[in-house]
Design a protein around this ligand. Structure first.
Ligand code: LAG
Ligand code: CA
Length: 493
């Protein structure tokens, strides 16, 4: 389950948070396939609650399932199927965010208090009623018999049972140990596999027993052989927040695929913010930092996600950090640890704020992005589209060009780091003050290369800095403050 199921030279995942299916289909065709992106993590496609508050519809309604029918703010079942086809046709895979831990929050009721559903199913989340005819589930399918209250803050340190069987922020907790519940979940995943998806991001995985998840995943079908070949299994990444000191551990989950390594983004963000040195990151890999960093094939690497980009005083850098954020993401895409996921956001000022929408009169339906001539998203559309930022999209192509090449010829000095990807590329970043001038061994063939961090190679001419590599593989660099330089075999002029 840890195999990414992407094309071999497209080892970058992008999370198109809250995008509509029709917009993602267009994005696969018009942009992603050309910039080295191999897969899209999409928001939960299942039917969910609707909530109106502050003349808006919050993003987190997607994490309160009403049924497993594919009817959501992102679109219909037909639109979902069309997206999967169109993306697969251009070699871009779809990874589905699956919410198996729970249903709606206790007390959520269809048709009352402005709360409804995105699809046809009725439901009633009143305590002890807990009725979801669209599945169907009832209160007997929850963990109420084992725990009938919320997870307590202290449970996270000392009670793994409660973390897994009590309610997460009041969300009705499903019993994944039940064969009936497992069957419903397997049917849901199989319906997605039949449509051609490549895998799953398992929401709130640490709130479920690893062996229950295993039973569910093991019972799913192989991926479609017409797309993925014979006997291929779904790619799985489990959302496990474990930065040490908890009762539940990341390594309990690797039997089921990868886990979200939150230690990675924190470590890179510290360096990007100048709170630690880049030379401390030269061993970022298995065992790094003493805790939480598993083997390369167990790890999903990312800088920020849709949750921690919203945290007050977040430990990670986000799109709001500008150049520092670009450096963090660039480092991730240049470095060789884990399968990297790029976050792609809409701009927000409030934690609950939903995606750009067409207003109350249109049921807050999502308004898709629009684009500038330079292929970035128009900020007036409300979408940030980090994945289209010139530096980040260039680094996704850098990763593609350097696929399989080892890191070598590391040079570092506190706020600076540079390294080669043997015979394929060279990367240097400078988060210190002043320019960084040095000569480095690039491992590249002699020639002139276009620095794709400051520009792009366009019809044989470079809009950025040109770097000359000598016959000895060495080149002189002048990396501006808060910037990076990246050259690779496909940026040779
Ligand atoms: C996740 N990963 O494990 C998601 O990444 C995260 O975004 C989800 O929380 C969480 N697990 C449950 O799927 C989000 C929001 C919560 C929100 C929840 C359900 O961060 O704030 O809770 O989705 O929509 C909301 C309210 C709570 C309320 C709850 C139940 O914010 O105050 O108690 O709904 O009604
Ligand atoms: Ca649970």
């Amino acid at each position: 389950y840890d195999k990414t199921q992407t094309l071999v030279n497209r080892q970058t995942l992008v999370h198109l948070f809250e995008w509509k299916w029709t917009d993602i289909a267009n994005e696969c065709e018009s942009f992603l396939q050309h910039f080295g992106y191999g897969a899209v993590q999409v928001s939960p496609p299942n039917e969910h609650i609707t909530v109106v508050q502050n003349n808006d519809m919050p993003w987190w309604i997607r994490y309160q399932p009403v049924s497993y029918q594919l009817s959501s703010r992102s679109g219909s079942s037909q639109e979902f199927a069309d997206m999967v086809n169109r993306c697969n046709n251009v070699g871009v895979r779809i990874i589905v965010d699956i919410v198996l831990n729970h249903m709606v929050g206790v007390g959520q009721k269809s048709g009352q208090n402005g709360v409804g559903s995105s699809g046809p199913s009725s439901f009633d989340g009143t305590d002890n009623i807990e009725s979801f005819p669209g599945v169907p589930y009832g209160s007997g399918d929850t963990n109420d018999a084992r725990c009938h209250h919320d997870i307590d803050g202290s449970d996270y340190q000392n009670n793994a049972n409660n973390v897994r069987e009590c309610r997460l922020v009041g969300l009705l907790d499903l019993n994944q140990g039940s064969s009936y519940v497992q069957g419903k979940m397997v049917d849901y995943l199989n319906s997605l596999i039949d449509m051609g998806v490549a895998g799953f991001r398992a929401d709130a995985a640490k709130h479920m027993w690893p062996n229950d998840l295993k039973a569910i995943f093991d019972a799913t079908k192989n991926l479609r052989s017409d797309i993925f070949g014979q006997n291929q299994r779904a790619f799985i990444v489990q959302e496990v927040i474990d930065q040490g000191g908890e009762a539940t551990h990341w390594d309990e989950y690797i039997l089921n695929g990868r886990y979200t390594n939150f230690n990675y983004g924190a470590a890179v963000s510290r360096a990007a913010k100048g709170q630690s040195n880049w030379n401390g990151l030269t061993t970022l890999g298995p065992g790094y930092g003493g805790y939480g960093n598993g083997d390369d094939h167990d790890v999903l690497a990312f800088i920020d996600n849709h949750d921690n980009q919203r945290d007050d005083n977040t430990a990670v850098v986000t799109y709001k950090d500008g150049d520092r954020y670009k450096l963090a993401v660039a480092y991730m895409l240049a470095w060789t640890y884990g399968y990297p996921r790029v976050m792609s956001s809409y701009s927000f000022t409030d934690h609950n704020q939903g995606p750009p929408n067409n207003g109350a009169g249109n049921g807050f339906s999502t308004r898709g992005p629009s684009f500038n001539g330079d292929q970035t998203c128009n900020p007036n559309s409300g979408w940030v589209c980090e994945h289209r930022w010139p530096e980040i999209r260039a680094m996704a192509l850098f990763r593609s060009a350097c696929q399989g090449a080892a890191v070598s010829d590391l040079m570092t000095d506190n706020q600076r780091i540079a390294f080669a990807r043997e015979f394929k590329g060279y990367f240097a970043l400078n988060s210190g003050s002043g320019n960084w001038q040095f000569s480095g061994q690039t491992t590249l063939a002699a020639g002139t290369y276009c620095d794709v961090y400051s520009g792009a190679l366009n019809g044989g001419s470079c809009t950025g800095a040109s770097i000359t590599v000598g016959s000895d593989g060495r080149a002189s660099f002048n990396v501006p403050q808060s910037r990076a330089i990246a050259i690779h075999v496909n940026s040779r002029i």
